[in-house]
Design a protein around this ligand. Structure first.
Ligand code: ADP
Ligand code: 5GP
Length: 203
């Protein structure tokens, strides 16, 4: 494997999907890891594009079969990253983007630590996060409250990340994201570095 992984985390409503979408033409060839979830699709979400939407039983079967690189329960639903497509994209030398929560970030680091760059994305304040979740109008009040409660816990993990983007001005945040994505590509695994050193010594 020779690709690299860029993990984006941050409260639901921080602007992760918006940033990926805006940066898309500027970050070269990448693969967005489509997660599997037991959450119900929101209006406008497409199966196989936003997520693979499955039942709890199906998800638990996939856990048993070792299909996931990582998975976690977030806001009472399962979310997981399938291992196979990620391995394929890495073998094709792609930058693999994960939009996963802070628990998933910890697990992914245990498994692929040396090729991971991570970025925590957050609105400038809790009240702005609330405003965005309400404006987005895609979740009911109870779901929004759960996401806000979870955000208060997630923000504590901010120091575990390589970079932080305060997504206030969207154009500036997009530029920062593009810098981070392009430098994430340059990260080499320990294995690649040791091969380089061997070649370097004997050349
Ligand atoms: P996430 O993928 O992190 O859950 P979204 O990308 O869906 O978040 O963004 C949540 C809402 O905030 C959307 O309605 C989006 O248009 C809005 N948004 C994203 N970035 C900004 C920003 N910099 N300023 C104002 N609103 C934003
Ligand atoms: P949403 O329901 O708003 O799409 O996502 C809720 C949360 O789940 C977000 O914090 C998002 O980053 C996280 N998430 C999405 N996919 C995965 C995944 O595959 N694994 C983990 N651990 N978290 C995920």
């Amino acid at each position: 494997m020779s690709g690299a992984i860029l993990i984006l985390s941050g409260p639901s409503g921080a602007g992760k999907s918006t940033l990926i979408h805006k940066a898309e033409p500027l970050i070269g060839d990448y693969y967005f890891s489509i997660s599997t979830t037991t959450r119900k699709p929101r209006e406008g979400e497409i199966e196989g594009v936003d997520y693979h939407f499955v039942t709890k039983e199906y998800f638990e079967q996939e856990i048993k079969e070792g299909e996931f690189l990582e998975y976690a329960k977030v806001h009472d639903n399962y979310y997981g990253t399938s291992l196979r497509p990620v391995k394929r994209a890495l073998a094709e030398d792609k930058l693999v983007l994960f939009d996963i929560d802070v628990q998933g970030h910890r697990l992914a680091k245990e498994r692929f630590g040396d090729i991971i760059t991570s970025v925590f994305i957050t609105p400038p304040s809790y009240s702005e996060l609330k405003r965005r979740l309400l404006d987005r109008s895609l979740d009911n009040d109870e779901v929004i409250q759960k996401r806000l409660d979870n955000a208060l816990k997630e923000i504590e993990a901010i120091s575990e990340y390589d970079f932080v983007i305060i997504n206030d001005d969207l154009d500036r945040a997009t530029k920062e994201f593009v810098y981070i994505a392009n430098s994430a590509r340059l990260k080499l695994s320990k294995e690649e570095l040791s091969e380089f050193v061997n070649r370097w010594r004997s050349s």
